[in-house]
Design a protein around this ligand. Sequence first.
Ligand SMILES: [Zn+2]
Length: 232
Amino acid sequence: MRSGLVAVDQASPRNCNSCGTALATGFLCTHCGRLQPLGSEENYFSVLGFAPRLQLDTVLLEKRFYELSRALHPDRFTTSDAENRRISTERMTLINDAYRNLKTSALRRSYFLKLFGFHSAANQKNPRIPVELAETWFELQDALAESPTEAASKLRGFEVELGEFRARKLQALLAIEAEVDAALDKLDPAQSAGTRSDAIAVLAEKLLAEVQGETYLDSMTQNMEHMKKLLL
Ligand SMILES: [Zn+2]
């Protein structure tokens, strides 16, 4: 399941690939004006100046996105050579994708799991109805077959129950996310990649288990909306 640690928390200090001056910011040499090509270690988090975390300050994320968009705007490179223009477009494309994927928690979670080598929740097999909801759900199914009036009333009850259940699940998910992030904050970069990766794997498994239930709840919510159209 796991395929090792892909992400790097700390970018090592780098030098300009053109003039060799130490870089003050990640991608532009203030000495010679060359944009630095994207390195293979860049990811959606790093390209926006974040360490990979499940919970991000989305106000800061937006601020960074607009700052970088301004800094990489094509107007700034009209007098540059083709190479610099190509790099600015490449970076901007990655930054756009990064922002789109990191600004919502669900997409960010799914990217995070992929970055750390975990399968996405979409690959789950044999999704099962959560036991907490099973009784009401099956009562609803029986009512649907027997009495539309009763089904309508059961459906309203189920909607409330499902809403409350999802709210509790969300709290649990947020708590696990915070736990994973805190563990990442504490990881010692001096530890071997294997040790770091094992520590993350334990937490990511927990996260993954929590996320997998979400897919089932989404389809349940969709079914319920469909039934509401028919019955209410
Ligand atoms: Zn330079």
